[in-house]
Design a protein around this ligand. Structure first.
Ligand SMILES: [Zn+2]
Length: 137
């Protein structure tokens, strides 16, 4: 089966090539060792040079199969390195106060709900750390 490898440079996808051609493309300089690559089934983008540089081979970690449109989890926890699609969210204040504000009127309710949405924080679902790295595809 022909598998294409997607190549990204400085956050921009610059093309896709057959995986079998990668060593040649790297040797020719078409694809740089510092570029990132991704193919179907990989949980995230990796540096080209770590896999396709013959001088520094590093075996890929096995990953569960994913759909062709699925680019993998967007968030990486910087503390425990867990990867996930959606972080846990926590809003300031509480629902009881929010309901009371809405009972006072739409202005008070809107202000309270707005402040909760603006003040919400995102956590790692595994360790609770707020230090998350978000990938933008
Ligand atoms: Zn974590």
């Amino acid at each position: 089966m022909l598998r294409n490898v997607h190549i990204a440079r400085k956050g921009q996808v610059i093309g896709k090539y057959p995986e079998a051609d990668m060593p040649v493309l790297v040797a020719a300089g078409t694809v740089l060792r510092t570029d990132h690559y991704w193919k179907v089934g990989m949980p995230r983008w990796l540096v080209v040079g770590r896999t396709f540089d013959p001088a520094a081979p590093e075996p890929e970690k096995p990953s569960r199969p994913r759909g062709p449109q699925d680019l993998g989890p967007r968030f990486t926890c910087l503390r425990c390195e867990a990867r996930f699609d959606e972080p846990e969210e926590e809003k300031p204040g509480n629902v009881v106060m929010e309901i009371l504000c809405w009972l006072c009127g739409p202005v008070a309710g809107g202000l309270y709900s707005g402040s909760r949405i603006l003040g919400k924080t995102q956590h790692c679902p595994k360790c609770g750390s707020q230090h998350l790295d978000e990938q933008v595809w």
